[in-house]
Design a binder for this molecule. Structure first.
Ligand SMILES: Cc1ncc(COP(=O)(O)O)c(C=O)c1O
Length: 343
């Protein structure tokens, strides 16, 4: 679903309305395409960029395994580049030595809402004719140098999975900024599978259960239960059992977003208002870097050795995270790893 096909605003389907809202939220200059998950959006972008067997795709050394898998499914070779210790994002100073004639794409990940040195990465890539993709799975609602995350590279993808800055249960979307790529992503729309009735009704139940059951005190137990059930394919997991152990592409991987997810995206407080849910709070808590309040999302921070993020003094918020959320003191110095290892 692309906003390019939308003409008459009054008769929009939930999918069209959602795509339009997202595109408007990102400045309205680029079309949005909706997918079942963020990883699927990445896979579609790699396909549209013509990534094929033997091509190299650069990614930050600290990422989610499903990103790596999507690269394998496209037949490419993932090449890790180390991250900066202050942002956990790809270090542009280490980038050039990893580039070869086979490098086709550079993935520029926004980690925990902290922007990479994206302009520098894009500049290096353009000089060498390499595509760039912003991985904004953690970055919706943030900005870098005054520009919305997702608008810097040839394309970007976002995740709206359970614990992302805003959630549609599962879900993802791509924003295509490079005009030449738009027809290629549009062409892939025809190949997209539709989520089955079983999948969408299960997801609807899970979203309802999340609303009723997830509280501060129950959150981590429910997360553990959800992961355990996913591992044995007893529930509609963020990843199905086996998906993380194998590099074989799951069946019907290239799948679109369902109307259930689109409605959730449109009506939940979050994407177009305040950020909701424990995940958003967790994300904010984790990013309370001392001294970041009111600053641009990043700036060179020099540490003599790698530092872990600290829980800051009360009430600070990363400027690169969605607005809103709890005021007042954060939890006492507890470091929560996010995203957790077992995705
Ligand atoms: C950095 C990063 N990229 C991509 C993804 C994939 O998103 P999804 O679970 O929607 O496929 C994740 C998921 O947690 C992530 O953390």
């Amino acid at each position: 679903m692309s906003i390019r096909v939308i003409r008459d605003k009054k008769s929009l389907s939930p999918l069209q309305a959602y795509a339009l809202k997202l595109a408007e939220r990102l400045g309205g200059a680029s079309p949005v395409f909706l997918y079942w998950k963020g990883r699927v959006a990445l896979y579609a972008l790699l396909q549209a960029m013509g990534v094929k067997l033997g091509d190299g795709v650069i990614l930050p050394a600290y990422t989610c395994v499903v990103v790596l898998n999507a690269i394998f499914y496209a037949g490419a070779l993932p090449v890790y580049v180390d991250v900066r210790p202050d942002t956990y994002c790809l270090d542009p100073d280490k980038l050039e030595e990893a580039l070869t004639d086979r490098t086709k794409v550079i993935l520029c990940q926004n980690t925990y809402g902290l922007s990479a040195d994206v302009e520098k990465v894009v500049e290096i890539a353009r000089r060498r004719g390499i595509y760039t993709i912003e991985d904004c799975a953690h970055g919706f609602g943030g900005a870098y140098q005054g520009k919305a995350n997702g608008t810097f590279c040839d394309a970007a993808f976002f995740s709206t999975q359970w614990n992302k800055p805003f959630s549609t249960g599962l879900g993802g979307f791509a924003v295509v900024n490079n005009q030449d790529l738009i027809p290629k992503v549009e062409a892939l729309e025809k190949e997209k599978q539709q989520p089955t009735l079983g999948e969408t009704s299960l997801l609807r139940q899970l979203i309802r259960m999340q609303r009723w059951l997830v509280r501060d005190w129950s959150y981590w137990n429910l997360v553990a239960l959800y992961r355990w059930l996913s591992l044995y394919n007893l529930i509609l997991g963020s990843s199905q059992g086996g998906e993380l152990d194998d590099i074989a592409m799951p069946k019907n991987y290239l799948k679109g977003l369902s109307a259930v997810q689109a409605r959730e995206g449109l009506h939940r407080p979050g994407p177009f208002g305040r950020a909701a849910g424990p995940a958003a709070q967790e994300c904010r808590d984790l990013h309370r870097f001392p001294g970041r309040e009111g600053q641009e999302p990043r700036g060179p921070r020099t540490f003599s050795k790698p530092q872990l993020p600290e829980i800051s003094p009360a009430g600070q918020q990363s400027p690169n995270l969605p607005v809103g959320g709890r005021k007042g003191p954060g939890p006492p110095g507890r470091l929560v790893l996010f995203p957790p290892a077992s995705y």
